[in-house]
Design a protein around this ligand. Sequence first.
Ligand SMILES: [Cu+2]
Length: 160
Amino acid sequence: MFKTFAKAIQSLSVALLMGLPMASSAQQLSENASIVVESPWARASLGMSRPGGAYLTVRNEGSEPISLIGLRAEISGMASIHETRTNSDGVSIMAPADNIVIPPGGMFALEPGGYHAMLMQLQSPLVEGETFPLTLLFSDRTELEITVPVLGIGARGPEG
Ligand SMILES: [Cu+2]
């Protein structure tokens, strides 16, 4: 079951929805935009008292730069993109990331030790073997909902 999840690749391609009213949960892809999300996964959480973390890769296959501006997830009361950095004392700190611009043909990875989807105020635990929906918000009002499989608490990625 794990392997099936691990190999799952979510791919969402171009759609042109011009002139339609904005619906909050709909996919809204801009003209010429093509965003592909690959290998989403999350670590199982220790209950609900600590935040969860999720990881994935976004590729911009469109012809315009696109900015990843935020996240939304029902499972989290406060979902945002964080960056892990090492300060001058060699201590790892996390800070909210902003202005993530993905150039045409470029990619952006959320991965352990770097950028990550921080899922604060968990509304339910992240349970190994389950999945949850996560919506990525982009600067052109594209909203992309993906399904994130939850791997084990010690997982380092979809390949184990
Ligand atoms: Cu964080």
